[in-house]
Design a protein around this ligand. Sequence first.
Ligand code: PLP
Length: 385
Amino acid sequence: MERIYLDHAATTPVRGEVLQAMLPYFSEIYGNANSLHWFGRRAACAADDARDGVAACLGAKSSEVYFTSGGTEADNWALCGAARANAAKGRHIVVSAIEHAAVLAAAKQLEAEGFEVAYAPVDADGRVDLSRLEALLRPDTTLVAVMAANNEVGTLQPVSEISALVRPRGILLFCDAVQAAGVLPLDVNAPAVDLLSLSAHKFGGPKGVGALYVRSGVKMGKLVAGGHQERGMRGGTTNVPAVVGLCAALRLVREEQAQTAAHLAALRDAFAARVLQGVPGAALTAAGAERLPGIAHFTFGGLDGEALLYSLDLAGVAASAGAACSSGSLEPSHVLRAMGMCDAVARSGVRFSFGRENTAEEAERAAELLIGIAARLRARGGDHA
Ligand code: PLP
């Protein structure tokens, strides 16, 4: 069976060029980057180059880039590290209601420590409401967290406007750019942010490696004690092949950004048009908002999203209910709920996320398969309402 992978927001294949760049650092140039000898120095050189490369792609200084084990760790660190280190100034933070679980769970942890957390609401398209965000800001607010683009529905967030709103008040802005990094232009100065997270496996790099940008001068707590790595902030022997892979992947996406975005948007729009035409009751989520070029999320009024996903998988199409971690759970997505959907509609949600390897033929075939499956499920009375 020909399989069609439309779950690139969950993860992407490692690109051949990235794998080639990483390979020498497993068993040829294997020194510990902290060792002073020749073996160590060669590894350190590669890690330094990777840091310089990532910094250049972000418009940052090398000293502002910290390597992490991925997006979740970078998000946790950004929130907890900045909130705790700035607690003397205030113990109030604001996070958007549609953040990834990596941010929301860290916010809950801070609440348990006595911080106050306010959740910024979004409109029906999943876009943070600026005036309602502004109304949440207080003299003791130290940090605002808003992602660049949502991972479930793809809505781009008004990061420039939020930056202009919060930074002049001395409030730090953290931006989770995990989904945006592979497809949108990225620059930590336009819009200006204080902290920004990345994860390599979302854009053709390996799993288990990411980065946190921390603007120089920002007070930040340590993440892992025990070593001098990452300037003493995150101890642990540097994963040299992984950071080399992160840098190689980021360089490629930066070079190809405009053409990748155009390719993905064409696939997304052709797919969406066919699905809306062929599936009665289908609605494109966040249709009125600027969205990530690769994500098409739908609700299929009356159908069960999980039943659709199982049938799609049997037919060879890999899609997702939204956040990978919420698949299989009965809880409807917090993102769709925040957008004002009722649970029944939210449970019919399915996300299709395209990648640079997908073709127009695949998008067309996936749409036809989906149209057939939706018709069969509806005929069988697949309604959950
Ligand atoms: N933030 C967003 C917006 C994501 O989509 C994800 C992954 O799904 C993460 C953070 C977590 O990244 P990682 O899988 O590298 O831990």
